[in-house]
Design a protein around this ligand. Structure first.
Ligand code: SAH
Length: 426
């Protein structure tokens, strides 16, 4: 049953409010399940961090299905907002809204998705770039929902019980916004497992199973396979950093380590590189990389591939005395949690040290970490130590991060996950 609550002196009008004699009366759903936090465990929610861990939960009152909406209160009874209940996960609830009067319904998702789309609209000229992250989970205040746009394909990931609960509604809203787009689901990966949700991969509705498509990124073309590719098919977050490499590539001999489907390689070749070598352990990724070189009409004679472990390949280059003018190091996440930072640091140090040794004087190192727990000052120190040990003088000429369609949620420091340095190595 809906109840009524009276608030005096609030200046704003809500769509569910009634204005009567200077008093706003809000209709509130008083029988929503209530999640009460333990005493002193409300600070992260008050700081607008959306995750509530199981250890912070005092009690849940009312019946709520997995992913259903609960009103969150602190121990003193103060309402803090609305969240999705995730009974199987250590992250027991994720905040949809920090407004205690928010109504989580189709309109809520309509507004959040419209606002996510509005943020991206000025970032891209559709004639040059038609692939971008449309919804970036927590950073778009939609925890657990990722939507990537690849030309006319929208690839959706429902990675939390809350996102799963609202799946049909979200798909309807996406259909309203992008009526001519095909929808494909890529709900897999570790996050989904932790939520106790089964893997679901395939076309949504009556779509075709094969959604391999060609996208444009800064006017270059790339083949993306949303069904089998990493993440949803492409590393969209590196878009602007690939352009930067292209600017430095003229006549350079470039080694692109952890190349995946050759994003950096294509930009380097288009920028006039003399030679580009892609290295990756994945033969499938390299096969697409070769297609990408051809698709852009680039000279395949200037392009080489090595299906190899980068740690071994760099050592082999060192032993053979090979030299390069620019090296890209874009490894996978070495630290999945804080406890893995030390081990990750050793991995980053190793490849950066080897790469520095392979650079000609004045060469450029494009080095990245996509581990959310590896903060920039620590990464800088690792690269500095690598330069010292390689006996090279290195200066940072650019700081890099994830593209603007992957915003950083300020209350979640680890959402600034991609850090990169361009170092000139003398
Ligand atoms: N730079 C790429 C993205 C890199 S993702 C782009 O712009 O698209 C990381 C890549 O590293 C994946 O393709 C994965 O197959 C590869 N990889 C992981 N471990 C590796 C290793 N030890 N040696 C070589 N490649 C590795």
């Amino acid at each position: 049953m809906a109840g009524f609550r009276v608030f005096r002196g609030r200046g704003e009008r809500r769509r569910d409010g009634i204005h009567h004699a200077g008093v706003y009366i809000f209709r509130m759903n008083t029988n929503l399940p209530e999640l009460t936090l333990k005493y002193g465990r409300d600070d992260s929610v008050l700081r607008h961090h959306p995750w509530i861990f199981s250890g912070a939960v005092h009690r849940l009152e009312g019946d709520v299905p997995p992913g259903g909406t609960v009103r969150v209160r602190n121990a003193q009874g103060r309402p803090l907002g609305m969240a999705a209940w995730s009974p199987a996960s250590q992250i027991r609830a994720r905040m949809w809204s920090f407004d205690p009067d928010a109504v989580i319904d189709a309109d809520f998702f309509r507004q959040r998705i419209a606002s996510a789309a509005a943020l991206r609209a000025p970032l891209f000229d559709p004639a040059r770039t038609d692939a971008y992250r449309l919804v970036a989970s927590e950073a778009d205040l939609l925890p657990g929902l990722i939507v990537d746009r690849y030309a006319d394909v929208l690839v959706c990931q429902f990675l939390s019980a809350g996102a799963e609960h609202w799946r049909e509604t979200i798909l309807e809203v996406l259909g309203e916004h992008f009526p001519s787009h095909r929808l494909f689901e890529r709900s897999d990966g570790e996050a989904r497992e932790k939520e106790g949700l089964p893997v679901r991969v395939g076309p949504i509705g009556s779509g075709e199973a094969d959604v391999r498509c060609t996208v444009r990124e800064h006017s270059l073309s790339f083949v993306v396979d949303p069904a089998t590719g990493h993440k949803t098919g492409f590393y969209l977050d590196q878009r602007d950093n690939r352009v930067l490499l292209g600017r430095y590539a003229r006549d350079a001999e470039v080694l692109n380590c952890f190349s995946y489907t050759g994003g950096f390689a294509v930009h380097a070749l288009a920028g006039g590189a003399a030679r580009v070598v892609d290295v990756d352990v994945s033969g499938d990724a390299l096969a697409i990389a070769r297609m990408n070189v051809e698709k852009n009409g680039l000279d395949a004679g200037r392009y080489e591939q090595e299906e190899a472990d980068v740690f071994h390949f760099l050592r082999r280059c060192r032993d053979e005395g090979r030299q390069f003018d620019a090296i890209v190091l874009d490894p996978p996440k070495f630290a999945a949690s804080k406890s893995q930072i030390d081990r990750a640091a050793r991995g980053y140090k190793d490849i950066n040290l080897l790469a520095m040794k392979l650079l000609r004087p004045g060469g450029l190192l494009f080095t990245f970490s996509c581990s959310g727990h590896m903060v920039l000052p620590l990464f800088q120190k690792i690269v500095a130590d690598a330069a010292l040990d390689a006996n090279r003088h290195a200066r940072v000429v650019h700081l890099m991060t994830q593209s603007g369609d992957h915003p950083i949620a300020l209350p979640i420091p680890e959402s600034w996950y991609l850090k990169g340095l361009v170092c000139r190595v003398d």
